[in-house]
Design a protein around this ligand. Sequence first.
Ligand code: DHE
Length: 519
Amino acid sequence: MHTLIHVIILLGVSLFVSHASAAPADATALFAQHCASCHGVDRLGAMGPALLPDNLSRLRKKAAREVVVNGRTATQMPAFGAALDDAQIDALVALIYQPTPTPPKWGVEQIVASRIVHTDAAALPAKAKFDADLMNLFIVVEAGDHHVSILDGDKLERIHRFPSRFALHGGPKFSPEGRFVYFASRDGWVSKYDIWNLTLVAEVRAGINTRNLAVSSDGKVVAVANYLPHSLVLLDSDLNMIKVMDVTDREGKTSSRVSAVYDAAPRKSFVAALKDVPEVWEISYDPTVEDIPVGLIHDFKYKEGAFLRGYLNPRRTPLADILDDFFFTQDYSELIGATRVGKKGQVVHLDVRKKIADLDLGGMPHLGSGITWEWQGRTVMASPNLEDGKITVIDVKDWSVVKEIKTLGPGFFMRSHENSRYAWTDSMMSPTARDTLQVIDKETLEVVAQLKPEPGKTLAHIEFTRDGRYAIASLWEDDGALIVYDAVTLKEVKRLPARRPVGKYNLHNKITRSSGTSH
Ligand code: DHE
């Protein structure tokens, strides 16, 4: 009897054991045990990035699995291949692409609580601790190992290199005197860095999934555009909370992701592109602009309050189509928007507050990378195209297409400089030509040179030195480089090793809003 019971118990245990290993792994428990300490219990991110479907939209599941198995080099992410079996890894990967049971909340309270002050910048000297032309510095975002480099644009040498938040995106923005630079990470972290003292000043998490940030031309307000939550966050220059704007249509019914926010310096306002609502928002940071009393706006055909505009309040321009990528004319009164769906462009006048022209752009123009120059007495704007191998050149007076310049393949970025006769563009969206930069003569509108220093390796994103003498390109690889070209002879003059340098920004060109660069 005793033996029988023993056998039954043993059988029961072995049945239980085999049943347990066949059962689907409990992903939530696995996450809590192995991942939560770095990625947050609610997957909102902590030391590691957020693991939510929106934040992972750029990472294929296969690649995510690879990271879980092998870890991520040059980060704190360990390899779990030995500790977890295949089913457990599959369960974890499946979990992080699922929405959380309750939608994450990231409002005033969470943002304020996330603020970290690293240094009291007011106590630091208001002069640089290194010798260089402070307006000819470059800020280089190196995505390979999530670092930022500061380059001396005269000596073309690195001054300093420091770790950044995970996955910075978009152009960093500068305070007007060039002392501070602000970065945004895709996970919502905004970092303020003191370039002169080479030190991190403060950070705040303004969103869960953030698009970009803008700094007001007076340096007093930082605006952050979010996909998640649907908000536009206004902070002061020290990253203290000013306000969170919930972004909805004028009826308050449909909320919208914010595609991007830009500083329209001549107008003393921010302009925001909305992804889900056909409106453009303009938010004035001019303290002399007062709210329009509600009683005065009943003339407008929209609901009361819809057009309310005043200091740090949105003014809405209703549109027929959603625009999520902008190019501004140099005075910022007009914007050209591309719609990702309709593949058309339209010109919106921010004072008239309506569409004033349609544009036949074709493909998927990347207007955010548009630049302008003077051509035969006219101002033209040119933009690369994410879908077609072409640069579209448009007369910004009558909005006619002056020329479509054929390129080797679809491209992302375009750059020039007031002192250069050339505009440079890449074909980084092309599988066959992503290793080649093309140089366009701004007068003849012809491609005059092709540069392919490392066949098979991606070459993209150009930035000029302050005087336009050199153009620096990114060899966009993990063991990549910054390749410095003489902007006249187009010969390579120097190379600096860099870990996937996605973008580089010259302080002078950015702060003066050079017509050869995106703003
Ligand atoms: Fe960007 C800028 C949107 C994918 C690298 N990108 C911007 C800006 C916007 C934008 C709105 C302007 C922000 C600013 O400077 O304030 N980017 C988008 C997209 O919608 C898109 C196509 C899809 C997405 O994933 O969000 C996209 N971008 C990419 C990339 O895949 C790139 C090549 C690599 C990366 O790091 O993510 C990339 N985006 C950049 C860079 C800039 C940028 C380097 C700054 C350009 C500049 O020179 O000013």
